[in-house]
Design a protein around this ligand. Structure first.
Ligand code: NAD
Ligand code: MG
Length: 418
């Protein structure tokens, strides 16, 4: 069990009792008094969450400074970011991409570091105070693991970490004193809403979903969806993988599983509602029937700032809701026939064990294949379901089991696509 004050993994815990709420306030006081900037490692800094994080840090009035930037292949972007933010280290995880960087590309005082192993060492070291985990896919697991094992506070955007290894990751944080604060907007909303009641008073949690660009498509129309159309999200601007996940609603499946482990909820305490405006980011219903929601424009800068600064709040760069103009908020249940990924999410959250890692790996492979034009849109969920059904399930896996089944699922899905 993760300690409440420290973990938001245990927003379980954050479902704060009065005592914990007081704890929050004293932590807030301590942080406001701190005049030394917290040194932040931004993993996935060249991506959508990474760039938003840099904007949040730039507008933090000296609360945070960029100490480490990490990207996979976009070395030009990394060089540009290094000249603006002057980090101590820039880590390039792909050695081939790193080899293309000319000498003298980085400013004085910035050191180039190559490969994931070196990244893990730096994250565990004393110079990094906070880690923003925004690498896409299961590739984000190892670095998140290493930061948590060293007792660091991690602002977690990489939902795949919890989908693949949720129980192991939260147990690790409990042992090491590491803290997970969610960046995913729905989980940030849940985290915030949980602060208005106690743990045993939570009835259920309802995640909102925009429904993606094909919310009103028939099954027949979905059969012909092209990558170009699926990459146009109606409300959020995000990286390509999560944008496709939103179109299939696999993103909501991953988020159901993420919430299950992050907040230590039972699968039957989780629900999904389609809310096309993406203004309400999720709901928590308490036993007395009260439903607490968190609202804001669809702008990731707010949940990023919340996760970085928790438990402090300050006036940052996120957009504001404008109540002087008319607003319409709509809700409808998801159609599990047209979007079978959501059903799969409930199923995998209930099964636990290795079901999550297999679902995630199959989905990553299927999404890449869809983007290459190798499989059709509806095959993504079909391939995922088949992988989950056919895999050799382990109820209480080790990290080795998880890594092995990640490889297994990718290979199987590739064979089925040939
Ligand atoms: P993105 O594709 O825009 O960026 C991905 C980043 O990961 C890039 O910096 C890339 O260099 C890095 N990367 C890719 N493969 C890597 C590897 N093998 N090793 C190390 N680094 C690697 O993705 P994004 O939209 O910023 O999403 C990042 C994560 O945040 C995902 O897990 C996503 O589900 C989650 N998330 C994103 C949003 C959003 O609004 N974009 C919202 C909620 C959650
Ligand atoms: Mg989300």
């Amino acid at each position: 069990m993760i300690s409440p004050d420290r973990t938001v993994a245990s927003a379980t815990s954050t479902a704060a009792s009065g005592v914990q709420a007081m704890g929050d306030q004293s932590a807030d006081f301590q942080m406001s008094q701190n005049s030394v900037p917290l040194r932040v490692a931004v993993l996935g800094s060249t991506g959508s969450i990474g760039k938003n994080t840099l904007e949040v840090i730039a507008a933090s009035d000296g609360r945070f400074e960029v100490h480490l930037l990490c990207g996979h292949r976009s070395v030009d972007v990394l060089v540009e970011q290094a000249h603006i933010y002057r980090p101590r280290w820039v880590v390039v995880t792909d050695p081939t991409a790193a080899a293309a960087i000319g000498s003298g590309a980085f400013p004085e005082g910035t050191e180039l570091v190559i490969g994931p192993e070196r990244l893990e060492e730096l994250l565990a070291g004393p110079e990094v105070d906070r880690v923003v985990s925004a690498i896409v896919g299961a590739a984000g697991l190892r670095s998140t693991w290493s930061a948590l094992a060293a007792g660091k506070t991690v602002a977690l955007a990489n939902k795949e970490t919890l989908v693949t290894a949720g129980p192991l990751v939260t147990q690790l944080a409990a042992r090491s004193g590491g803290v997970i604060v969610p960046v995913d907007s729905e989980h940030s909303a849940i985290h915030q809403a949980l602060r208005s009641g106690r743990r045993h008073e939570v009835q259920r949690v309802v995640l909102t979903a925009s429904g993606g660009p094909f919310r009103n498509h028939s099954k027949e129309q979905l059969a012909d969806v092209q990558p170009k159309e699926a990459l146009k999200h109606p409300t959020w601007s995000m990286g390509p993988k999560i944008t496709i996940d939103s179109a299939t609603m696999m993103n909501k499946a991953l988020e159901i599983i993420e919430a299950r482990w992050l907040f230590d909820l039972q699968a039957d305490q989780l629900g999904v509602v389609v809310h096309p405006q993406s203004i309400i980011h999720s709901f928590v219903e308490f036993v007395d029937g009260s439903v607490i929601a968190q609202l804001g424009p669809p702008d990731m800068k707010l949940p990023i700032q919340y996760a970085l600064a928790y438990p402090e709040r300050y006036d940052g760069p996120a957009q504001r809701l404008d109540f002087s103009v008319a607003q319409r908020l709509e809700f409808s249940p998801p159609d599990l026939e047209r979007f079978p990924a959501v059903r799969l999410g409930y199923d995998v959250a209930a099964r636990g064990g290795t079901a999550g890692v297999v679902l995630n790996a199959a989905n990553e492979e299927a999404v890449q294949a869809f983007l290459r034009g190798v499989v059709k849109f509806q095959q993504i969920a079909e391939l995922c379901e088949r992988a989950v059904e056919e895999h050799p399930f382990i109820g209480d896996p080790t990290l080795e089991d998880i890594l092995r089944l990640d490889v297994w699922a990718r290979k199987e899905v590739q064979t089925w696509m040939c």
